[in-house]
Structure formats: structure tokens, C-alpha cells
Design a protein around this ligand. Structure first.
Ligand SMILES: Nc1ncnc2c1ncn2[C@@H]1O[C@H](COP(=O)(O)OP(=O)(O)OP(=O)(O)O)[C@@H](O)[C@H]1O
Ligand SMILES: [Mg+2]
Length: 582
């Protein structure tokens, strides 16, 4: 796992190597200070040798300056390495997510992916920086200070050794408990992000339903969950400081007591005692630092796992080895197709589908909500793969095609379609990056979008806000249809794409389709009978199964669901759509 992530250090390898080296240099310089200090006191002050004080003082200044510069350089390179690493990792993750199929995205949830791209990567970045700097600095300082202490006086240094072991054990238990809580915090972060993301992206709905209060309560609950976990974790960590202080002061007392006796007995000098006390602080604070790094690393290891999980997930929809690039015609065939969104779900969403559709046909699809209309058409452009059976497009299994070519030639206007921020032209060119302005206008004319676009002051250069919030629902749908038309597809699928368009315009769009793109197979999913009744044939879906398949007249005569819907929509149902524009 670590190797998978560390691959992204790449061009920051050099910075990652020099950072610890600078940190070690800093420690070495820092460690020399108490030693030099002892020399000043013992050989300078006590013997009244001013020359010695100047000489050693100058060396101390040089050591301090080198230490400072090394510390700065270490900080700088550490920051470069860790932010660079995070940048690469984030890009890799983002690019990997782009390859995901709908099913992969369903698995992690959008909120889960967003947390990974943001919070988790930030954790890893911090942990990496800490590791590069503190993970070398703390042990180096611990070992150096210990070695110096032993060099000066073995007896007193062994007190440190005991203190280190005792403090180490105490810290270990505190950290173990704290990390348990930190790890619990991550799923809660996902929950909070999900709440935020859902709320912000649907803030208009929240307002329309005056749900602010409920949403605030929901958010408060998730944020309080995180708060509680962190309080629990911190409750453990607060013991760090008192335990550390207790150890330090006990050590100082003990050393002062033993040291004073030794000075009297002339086995220790005052300078040596002073430097021993300085090293005592060094040793114990490094241990403390080490424990913090330990927390950071365990915290980020949860993040690493979550990121590696996404990176290891490969798209379940892949290109075949020798793909077909050209869809020869727009015929579609379903052979014994079963489909479930999750492998282990008991009831399939689509059951035993057998359909044969000729190129150029216009197929209406109707059925109650949840009857699996969307699921049915999503299989044609391989947004999902069928669980059993096969789907043929142009005579070949959809799995035999190059994915990009298939999706370019089978154009889908999704049910919940979105526009992206940018001009209208830029949005249209998602359909075909090389489309000329004239081609874009032509597609808009077919989708009946030209009139309203021309009425905008900036026409085709009108800026669309993120999510298409500054165009009406019906306008957005027409832009999405035009975008799909620009692909000049062999098969065009409109999933409830004219639901917000008035019936007259809806009829004009269908007329344009019939005249302008007669050879394109068209699937029109609609709730309004008027939108599909002139189709060559109509599929009636019910509960994941094909309940009827035939022309308007045939279905009226033989299919009770169709007849019922038709009757409620035309007679007595009071539907104002009735025959308008037909
Ligand atoms: N991404 C998904 N993951 C899991 N289940 C799903 C997913 N999308 C749809 N379903 C389920 O599959 C069933 C069929 O849904 P589908 O969207 O195909 O219905 P539909 O006929 O298009 O409905 P509508 O008319 O409301 O658009 C529903 O029971 C739904 O809960
Ligand atoms: Mg649907």
C-alpha cells in the first residue's frame, strides 16, 4: 500500500532525501551547544580564561547559525516534498476516478470520493512532512543527547535511560487509546461531507421546501459526532503533558541531587551538570515529539488505506483487446438480459429482457417510475454492464466495441443531466470538440434551442453558470439534446429529456428528428403518451420487465397498462397536454 502511494513522490524524491539530512545536521548543531556551554563554564568561567570563552563562544554562534540554516532548509524542502507529493497523489486519484464506471462511483459514493480527494490527502501530506522532519529529527536528537549524556557521565545518563523507558511505555498506552478514537473519526467525516455536499448542491430544493431547520439539525448531529470523538481522543492526549512534566522534574531533581553530591566529591564539574540538565530536556521532548508523529502516522494510515482502496479499484467496464471502432448501424438487440446494480442483490432490476430493434426506428419507452426504464437504456451505451445475457448494437456485443467509440455513437441525454460552467458553445462542444459554430447552431435548431439562445444578449456566447442554474429547466433540456445531437450518433437516447419542455415544442423536436436524422435509432423515454404515441414501436416497462412491445394501436388494443395510462392522460385525466401540438 505504502509503495503504491509513495510512487507519487516522483520528482520530489530529492527534496524528500535532503530534508532528513538537514534535520540531522540541525540536531547535531543543537546538541553541540550544551557541550560547548559546559566547556565555557568549566574551562572559561571557573578558570577565568577569557580567551577560551571567546573562542568557544564563537564556535557556539557558528553552530547555532548552521543549525538555524539547516532547520530552515529542512523546513523548506520538507514543505516542497510533502505538498508536491500531495499534489501528485491528488492528480493521480482524480485521474483514476475519471476512469470509473457508474457502478464504481455508486460503490464509493460521491461524498466518499470528495473526502478522499481533500481531507484524506491533507492528512497524508501532513504525515509525510512530519515523517520527513520529525521522524529523523526526534530519534536523532534522542540518540545524540543520550550518547552525549553517557559520554559526560554514565551514572547520571542511566537515570535518563530509565526515564525514557518509563515515559515511552506511558506514551505508548496513551497513544494507543487515542488513535482508536481518531480512526473512528473518518467514517464520520464521510457522513459530514455527504451532508454538506447534498445540502449545498441541492440548496434550492432545501429552500423551496423550507427545510433549512431540519438540514441544520442534521448537520449539527454529524458535526457533533466528530466533536465527541475528538474530545474522547484529546482526553487521552492531555495526559501527555503532565506525565512528561512529572518525568522531567523528577529527573531534574534526581540529577541535581546526585549531581550536587558528585560535584562536592569532585567527580563532576558544574558545566557538565548544566549540560546534562539541558540534554535531559532534549531527550524527553524528543520522545514527546515522537509520540505525536506516531499519532499523525496512525491517523494518516487510515487515510492511506482509504486512498489505496480507490486507487486499487479498477473500472469494471474495460475496453476489449481488439475493439471495434465503428458502429455499423443503429440496430439494438437485448438477448435474455438480466441486470442488478449490486452483484449480491437478490432481486434483479431488469428481468429476462428480449428485444429486437431495427436501425432507424423510433422507440418510445414508458412505464411507472422505478420500472427500470433508465436502467434498460443505460445498458445500451454500457454505462453499466448487464449481469446476464447480452446486448448487441449494430450486430455486435456492446462489450466488443471501443468504449469511447461506442459512447460517441450511442448518445445519451441522461435523466438528470447537467451543464457545466462555460459558454453555451463550450457546453455544446462536449458533444463534439471540433464542431463548427454553424454545426452547433444546426443541432440547436433541431433541438428547438436556437430561438431562445438567440434571444439572450450574448447569444451562443452566453455564460452558463455551474449546473446550468441560469437557464430554465426546459431550456437546459433542449441544450442537452443539442449537445447529444452534435455527436451525430447512430443511436440517440432521450431519458425523459423533454419533460420540462412544453408539448408544442416537444412535438417540433420530434418532427425535426424524424426529418433531419431519419437513420438514427431513437429511444424516447417519456411519461407523456403524446411524446411517444407516434413512435414506430413502444416498450411498456413494468417492474423491470417488458410488459408490452408494439405500435400505439396494438398496445391500445392489447395492453391494459398502456390503455389505462392513455385514458387517464387523454380523457377525464384533465391533462392539459391533451393533443396540443399534435
Ligand atoms: N445507481 C443505482 N444503484 C442502485 N439501485 C438503483 C440505481 N439506480 C436505480 N436503481 C433502482 O433500480 C430500479 C429502477 O430504476 P430506474 O431508474 O431504472 O427506473 P425508471 O423507470 O427510470 O424510473 P423513473 O421514471 O423515475 O426515471 C429502482 O428500483 C431503483 O431504486
Ligand atoms: Mg429513469
Amino acid at each position: 500500500m505504502l509503495r503504491l502511494l509513495l510512487r507519487e513522490v516522483k520528482e520530489y524524491k530529492k527534496a524528500s532525501i535532503v530534508t532528513p539530512l538537514f534535520m540531522i545536521l540541525e540536531v547535531a548543531m543543537e546538541m553541540s551547544v550544551p557541550f560547548l556551554m559546559a566547556s565555557i563554564i568549566d574551562h572559561g568561567v571557573e578558570k577565568g580564561d577569557i580567551g577560551h570563552i571567546y573562542k568557544v563562544g564563537a564556535i557556539m554562534v557558528v553552530a547555532a547559525v548552521i543549525g538555524l540554516l539547516a532547520g530552515l532548509a529542512g523546513g523548506r524542502f520538507g514543505a516542497k516534498a510533502s505538498t508536491g507529493f500531495a499534489k501528485n497523489l491528488r492528480e493521480k486519484l482524480f485521474n483514476h476516478i475519471q476512469t470509473f464506471s457508474f457502478a464504481n462511483i455508486d460503490k464509493f459514493s460521491t461524498a466518499g470520493l470528495v473526502t478522499r480527494l481533500t481531507t484524506d490527502i491533507t492528512h497524508i501530506q501532513m504525515a509525510y512532512q512530519m515523517s520527513l522532519r520529525m521522524f529523523t529529527r526526534a530519534p536523532a536528537s534522542l540518540i545524540c543527547a543520550m550518547a552525549m549524556a553517557f559520554y559526560i557521565n554514565k551514572k547520571i545518563a542511566s537515570i535518563y535511560l530509565i526515564a525514557v523507558v518509563l515515559l515511552g511505555i506511558a506514551l505508548f498506552f496513551i497513544m494507543k487509546r487515542a488513535t482508536k478514537y481518531f480512526q473512528q473519526a473518518f467514517p464520520k467525516y464521510d457522513e459530514m461531507n455527504a451532508a454538506v455536499q447534498e445540502n449545498v448542491s441541492a440548496i434550492r430544493v432545501v429552500k423551496a421546501y423550507v427545510r433549512e431547520k431540519e438540514e441544520t439539525t442534521k448537520f449539527k448531529k454529524t458535526s457533533e459526532n466528530i466533536y465527541r470523538i475528538f474530545v474522547k481522543a484529546e482526553k487521552n492526549i492531555i495526559y501527555n503533558a503532565p506525565i512528561m512534566q512529572l518525568t522531567v522534574y523528577s529527573c531534574i531533581l534526581l540529577i541535581s541531587w546526585i549531581g550536587a553530591k558528585m560535584i562536592v566529591a569532585d567527580t563532576l564539574t558544574t558545566g557538565e551538570l548544566m549540560s546534562l540538565l539541558a540534554y535531559c530536556m532534549n531527550i524527553l521532548s524528543s520522545l514527546m515529539m515522537l509520540s505525536m508523529v506516531f499519532i499523525m502516522i496512525t491517523m494518516s494510515s487510515a487515510s492511506m488505506k482509504r486512498i489505496a482502496e480507490v486507487l486499487r479499484e479498477s473500472s469494471d467496464i474495460t475496453n476489449p483487446e481488439q475493439p471495434i471502432y465503428e458502429v455499423s448501424d443503429g440496430s439494438v438487440e437485448f438477448r435474455n438480459v438480466n441486470f442488478a446494480y449490486k452483484q449480491d442483490s437478490e432481486e434483479p432490476v431488469l428481468k429476462d429482457i428480449n428485444l429486437k430493434i431495427h436501425a432507424g426506428e423510433t422507440i418510445g419507452v414508458m412505464g411507472a417510475t422505478g420500472s427500470a426504464k433508465t436502467s434498460l437504456v443505460n445498458l445500451i451505451s454500457r454505462l453499466y454492464d448487464a449481469t446476464e445475457g447480452e446486448i448487441l448494437v449494430g450486430g455486435y456485443n456492446v462489450k466488443a466495441y471501443d468504449l469511447k467509440s461506442l459512447r460517441n455513437q450511442v448518445s445519451v441525454v441522461l435523466q438528470n443531466n447537467v451543464l457545466f460552467s462555460g459558454t453555451i458553445l463550450e457546453n455544446l462542444r462536449w458533444g463534439n470538440a471540433n464542431a463548427t459554430e454553424e454545426e452547433c447552431k444546426e443541432a440547436c435548431r433541431q433541438a428547438c434551442a436556437d430561438d431562445f439562445i438567440m434571444r439572450f444578449p450574448d447569444g451562443y456566447h452566453t455564460h452558463i453558470e455551474q449546473g446550468g442554474t441560469n437557464v430554465s429547466g426546459g431550456q437546459k433540456q433542449r441544450l442537452c439534446i443539442a449537445r447529444a445531437l452534435l455527436k451525430k450518433p447512430k443511436i440517440l437516447i432521450l431519458d425523459d429529456s423533454t419533460s420540462a419542455v412544453d408539448t408544442a415544442t416537444d412535438a417540433r423536436i420530434r418532427k425535426a428528428f424524424a426529418e433531419e436524422i431519419p437513420n438514427t435509432t431513437k429511444f424516447i423515454i417519456a411519461q407523456r403518451i403524446s411524446s411517444i404515441q407516434n413512435a414506430d414501436r413502444i416498450i411498456v416497462m413494468e417492474d423491470g420487465q417488458v410488459h408490452g412491445f408494439g405500435t400505439h394501436e396494438e398496445l391500445l388494443a392489447n395492453n391494459e397498462i398502456y390503455r389505462e395510462v392513455y385514458e387517464t392522460q387523454t380523457k377525464g385525466g384533465g391533462d392539459f397536454d391533451e393533443r396540443v401540438g399534435e
